[in-house]
Design a protein. Structure first.
Length: 497
């Protein structure tokens, strides 16, 4: 399916009117959506912006009980859901006080669903009016600082916190992105990430400049390569687990990809060899992004920095997540809130402030106050910075392993092992040990055809980083366990021996 800009405007106007006048879910009310990427979810994003409704885009990877808990917390007036999740909805709807459940199609055909019936009904009621509305929608200027999106953060247990963004803060996320991406007049964007994450500002930025967006419902690397050729895709954002698969699929396909001019990546530590492979295979500008649900994008490592690194001028920049985005201020602070030395060595906490920062967590004032203190958003990421302002993430401060009195950061080991040709994916955790306090454990997904032993992995780390950082436990798995938010379940790996 495809939709023109005019049709998108018409449908979002109809839906905004329906939210306000038909469903009682207008200004200040809440709705939720349980759906993969779809045209209908795009409608809802834009309609809520017009009606002043707070949207909770739910993680469709949640179990039924988790969806129920999330809805109990959000208390929406209406839940929109994709037909693929009808079984989940049927299981929980009797236990929830939701005024309306509205289904849209999963088939891609559209046109024959409760959602489409709603829009047709509103359109029939507005025949002869200057625009499809049953009542005046709120003035756009007055909605800028109204709650707009409540987006789930990552988590390994329970229901993740929801970071609340206004149109002002989410718009600042989009402006940060626009300044880094430098969207051109012939660009076509491929949306690989799911819009229940914060990354929805990326396709919205392209739409704001009148450029087409191609939505991927479920990620499949080979299918994405075909889409790149069919649609003339110029750019995409790939998280750490996607980029190696896209590289491999593009190589296997064999066709050049001349339309791709920009490859964006982020979301987790990326091995330097993967970055070099991306530069070779796509022959495009590279941009790394670092951010959080609570602030959207905070830093970018842009194309010029990548060129400096790949040319050998400053190869260490491939380990950096870049410098502060346009509307962000980023600093590395010590425990007293004082910036640490810009020497690429002194460790501190990476902190952020700027208009793209969320207003707070939904229904969690204590957690909000803990995160937003002293005028900064405290990310919990430990890092260093250099005299040019490049940020180098070492690891989550809470992830640090203390083994025999030595401080060891899993991220450093993961980056080193990410360069091993026999390793497809790796996660490093600390596990309790009677003698050492904690020891390093590496959980490895071998590359196809690779024959590795635990001793091979340990020797590689010892040669790269020193003996005390080598893993004393190596476990080989076919796939890494993931949380519902798409992050590796480190807690589960720590518990398994």
């Amino acid at each position: 399916r495809s939709r023109s800009f005019g049709e998108l405007d018409r449908r979002t106007g109809l839906l905004a009117s329906a939210l306000d006048a038909r469903l009682g879910a207008g200004l200040g009310r809440r709705v939720a959506a349980l759906s993969r990427n779809s045209l209908e979810l795009f409608d809802l994003y834009l309609a809520c912006a017009r009606s002043g409704t707070l949207l909770f885009p739910l993680n469709w990877r949640f179990s039924p009980s988790q969806v129920k808990e999330a809805l109990e917390d959000a208390e929406p007036t209406v839940v929109f859901y994709e037909a693929a999740f009808r079984g989940v909805v049927d299981e929980i709807r009797g236990d929830l006080k939701v005024e309306a459940w509205i289904e849209w199609s999963s088939t891609g055909a559209g046109g024959d669903s409760e959602y489409d019936d709603l829009l047709r009904d509103v359109e029939r009621s507005s025949v002869g009016l200057s625009r499809p509305s049953l009542s005046p929608l709120p003035d756009a200027a007055g909605l800028l600082h109204q709650p707009y999106l409540a987006i789930s953060t990552g988590g390994t247990t329970g229901i993740p916190k929801s970071a609340v963004h206004t149109q002002h803060s989410y718009g600042a996320c989009a402006l940060n992105y626009l300044a880094a991406a430098r969207i051109a007049e012939a660009d076509v964007y491929l949306m690989l990430g799911q819009m229940f994450h914060v990354v929805g500002y990326m396709p919205l930025a392209y739409l704001a400049l009148g450029r087409p967006v191609v939505l991927v419902t479920d990620f499949d690397a080979g299918a994405c390569v075909d889409i790149v050729h069919a649609e003339g895709v110029s750019g995409f954002f790939a998280i750490a687990t996607m980029l190696p698969r896209l590289i491999a699929a593009t190589r296997a396909d064999g066709r050049p990809v001349p339309t791709v001019r920009q490859v964006e990546y982020g979301g987790a530590p990326m091995g330097e060899e993967i970055i070099r492979d991306a530069a070779e295979v796509f022959d495009a500008d590279l941009i790394q992004a670092w951010g959080m649900t609570e602030l959207g994008p905070g830093t970018y490592l842009g194309p010029e920095a990548h060129r400096r690194a790949l040319s050998g001028e400053r190869p260490e920049l491939l380990r950096s997540c870049g410098r502060a985005a346009l509307f962000s201020t980023v600093a590395v602070l010590d425990d007293d809130g004082v910036p640490v030395r810009r020497d690429s060595a002194t460790l501190g906490e990476i902190c952020h402030r700027g208009p793209n920062t969320m207003t707070g967590y939904w229904n969690k004032p204590h957690e909000t106050a803990e995160l937003l203190r002293g005028g900064w958003l405290h990310t919990g990421d430990g890092g260093t910075w250099d005299d040019e302002g490049h940020i180098f993430i070492v690891d989550r401060i809470k992830s640090m392993i203390i083994s025999g009195g030595e401080n060891i950061f899993p991220g450093e080991i993961e980056r080193a092992l990410g360069n091993h040709p026999g390793i497809a994916e790796v996660v490093v955790v600390g596990v309790r040990d009677a003698e050492w306090g904690e020891v390093v454990k590496a959980v490895v997904v071998p590359a196809p055809g690779a024959r590795l032993t635990g001793a091979d992995v340990a020797r590689y780390v010892e040669a790269e980083l020193g003996s005390y950082k080598k893993p004393r436990i190596v476990e080989f798995v076919e796939a890494l366990p993931m949380t519902p938010t798409g992050k590796v379940n480190r807690k589960l790996l720590q518990e398994a021996r």
